[in-house]
Each structure stands twice: as C-alpha cells, then as structure tokens.
Design a protein around this ligand. Structure first.
Ligand code: ADP
Ligand code: MG
Length: 391
C-alpha cells in the first residue's frame, strides 16, 4: 500500500538524512520507525505526505507515484499527528474531534455522526461532546486527542512521537487505545518513536533506522529473535534479549554428550559393574540401534536379589525423555517439575544422543532464563515456587 523505492533525502547543505530506503507497508498495518535521534525517522515519515520531498527515488501509495498527485489533496487523505495532542481550548469536544472533517468540508450531519462514534469508542458520555476541553480531566482530553486523529476518514495516519511527552502510565493507556482503535477501524498507521517498548507493543512491523538507513525491517518477534546487528541488539537492550533467548535455545545445544547406556541383552551383573565404574545409580537402556527402551537403577537391581538374568528383565520402561530439537524453554519447567536428576535426550528416531542433568540444568537456568542478576539459589527457588502454585 505504501512503498518506498530507493528513497533518499539530502537536505540543502548536503546533509544526507535518509539514504536509499526500500520499504513496503500493507494496508491496515501498524508500522513503527524507531532509531536514535537524527536517524531519519521524521524525514522518512514526512515524505509519505510530501511535507518533505525525496531527493531521489519514489514513494507509491496504492501503486500511484505520489509525486504525480496534488500535494494538498494527498495531505488531506493522510492524517498527521505531532507530539502534543493538545485540543483547541475554544472549541467544543465535538468541534475538536471533527476539525479535520470540517476543513475537508464534510457536512454537519456526517460530522455529528463521527463525533458520536468516536466518543463511544473511547467510552465517554455523548453529553461531553458539547463541553469544552477545560471541563474534562487531563486523561479524558488525551483520549479525545487520540480519537481526533482517527476521526477523519483518512486511511493512513502518520504519528510523530505522539506520546513522547506523557508520563508512563498515561502513555501506556493511550497506546492501548490507539492500537485498539487502529485495529477496529482498519487504519494504516506509520508511527515514529524512539522507545523500543512502545514499538514492540504497537507495531506489526518495525523499521529500525540508523544514520539514515533502515538496518532491519521485520516483526517485533523476529527482531527479538534475530537482531540484525549489534546496533539493533543495543536498541533492544539486554533485558529483552535475555527474555527472548530461551525461545531459540534447543535442548540439543545444552545437553551433555555423556549418557551412560547399556543394551537390553546385557546381564544384570554387567549393569552393576558399569554403574560402579561410572559412579552412577541409573543406566539408560537401549536396543542395539541405540533406541531408548527405558532405564535400570540400583534399587531395582537390589530388589532382584539373584542378580541373574538380563537388563531387559528388570527394565523400567516408563522413562521421561526430551527431543534434542525441542525448545529448551518448553521443556525446562517440565524437567525441573518432575524433580528428575537427569533426562535422556533423543533424536527423531528416539536414539539416545545425550543427557541433561539437574546439575547442568541449574547452570542453564542461571544463564539463560535469569541472566546474571539472580543467584543460582534464587533461580531454583522460583522454579520450586512455580511448582507449588501449579500443583
Ligand atoms: P529523527 O526524526 O530520526 O530524529 P530527522 O529525520 O528529523 O531524524 O533528521 C535526520 C537528519 O537530518 C538529522 O541529522 C537532522 O539534523 C537532519 N535534518 C532534519 N531536517 C533538516 C532540515 N530541514 N535541514 C537540514 N537538515 C535537516
Ligand atoms: Mg523526529
């Protein structure tokens, strides 16, 4: 719907503000431009409604080169919101909400309809339409400010750090509101921010800018999983990366390759010797293809006093295992919850490829899930607490 083709902006004096950007937004998307100050976010956004003209390349809206459209008409079709969402003090709420429509010469009946629809959307009483901004609380005024931006029949809305000056709580609730309204009204929003939390919360896709270039353009999820470079990593921040990291870690990456196994046809005597030699009290049992069949432990051997027969005779087949290509995040809690000392790791054919021990798990939990701040004891304790809650 909105397409940047090799767009550059060089200001008079030679400042390269935007360099060779190629982006394409779909209708109904919430797009955030994010980046440090001076990275070209505002310039990129303002080129969409020709408040700023590109020096090179072109921008298409619905397949049309906007350079060939009348700039004034183009601008009327695109809403634009800047930082302060101040309402006009001498206009009623109704007049404020429908200001753009009035400028566009929409008739009164239609404007009244819009005003009512909008005030319903923000769940304020319709009587409020004929009051003045000063009669409303600050929070109510801000909600009106947001719907005013969405009230005109414009499919595309540009917002340049609209919530930048607000306190965190107000910002949070206005973000919820704008996202909800954007989805319900099917608007396409291009939103500039320097706040990664805001971008991650609002955007369907985020364009990350640095020194006039787009360094990454992707969904919040993919950006968290695969930051394009260290600049993006820094922007995301270590905390969020730590949260995202367990998503990627697979069991196979953290397992030990030292599973001690024995095959079913071996004698119990041999099993006992192996346990002594390796100083373990449990052995994984496999068939000759190394496929996991179960386990034997010292207790079941002790019960079987004669010590004759084979491993297969005393095999315990109920064994909890995990696959090497499963996500650690999805298995970690189950492993810890069962209070197992170790868990065999298998491949797709259920062949034993490794083992995860409780001891190694504590290190993993420490590194991956909790980062460096908490102690190991804290980490284990919080898992135990989870267990109690869920149990
Ligand atoms: P952002 O919104 O990411 O902070 P801008 O798009 O406003 O960045 O600016 C990008 C770069 O272009 C900055 O270095 C800025 O100083 C420069 N710039 C912006 N507007 C002008 C202008 N009218 N004339 C000259 N340079 C400008
Ligand atoms: Mg800016």
């Amino acid at each position: 719907m909105i397409e940047f083709q090799n767009v550059s902006k060089i200001y008079r004096g030679g400042k390269v503000a935007v360099e060779e950007i190629n982006l394409s937004f779909e209708q109904g998307e919430f797009i955030c431009f994010i980046g440090t100050s001076g990275s070209g976010k505002t310039t990129s956004m303002r080129m969409i409604n020709r408040m700023t003209e590109p020096s090179k390349g072109k921008i298409l809206i619905d397949g049309q080169d906007i350079q060939k459209l009348n700039a004034v008409e183009l601008r009327r079709k695109i809403g634009y919101v800047i930082q302060s969402i101040g309402l006009m003090p001498h206009m009623t709420i109704r007049e404020n909400i429908t200001l753009v429509q009035k400028l566009l010469k929409v008739d009164q009946a239609k404007r009244d309809q819009t005003a009512e629809k909008m005030i319903d959307l923000v769940e304020l009483p319709r009587e409020m339409l004929d009051r003045y901004p000063s009669e409303l609380s600050g929070g109510q005024q801000q909600r009106i400010g947001v719907v005013r931006a969405l009230a005109a029949d414009q499919d595309i809305i540009l917002m340049d750090e609209p919530f930048g000056a607000l306190d965190p709580i107000t910002r949070d609730s206005l973000q919820d509101l704008v996202k909800d309204l954007q989805e319900r009204l099917g608007k396409t929003i291009v939103f500039v921010t320097h706040d990664m939390d805001e971008a991650l919360k609002l955007a369907n896709r985020i364009a990350i800018m640095s020194e006039g270039r787009v360094v990454q353009f992707d969904t919040p999820e993919n950006i968290l999983k695969n930051p394009a470079n260290t600049f993006v990593e820094d922007l995301i921040g270590e905390d969020r990366l730590l949260q995202a990291r367990p998503d990627k870690t697979m069991v196979g990456e953290v397992m030990l390759n030292t599973a001690i196994t024995i095959t079913t046809e071996k004698s119990i005597q041999e099993a006992l010797r192996l346990m002594r030699a390796k100083r373990v009290d449990t052995l994984l049992v496999t068939d000759n293809q190394n496929i996991l069949k179960g386990f034997v432990d010292i207790e079941s051997i002790n019960k079987n006093r004669g010590l004759t027969g084979s491993v297969g005779d005393i095999l315990q087949t109920e064994v909890f295992f995990v696959k090497e290509n499963s996500l650690l995040r999805n298995t970690l809690q189950r492993i810890l919850k069962r209070g197992l000392k170790y868990v065999p790791v298998v491949d797709e054919q259920k062949r034993v490829v490794g083992i995860i021990t409780r001891a190694s798990l504590v290190d993993i939990v420490y590194d991956v899930v909790f980062g460096e701040e908490e102690t190991i004891t804290d980490a284990v304790e919080s898992f135990n607490t989870d267990e109690v809650k869920e149990g």
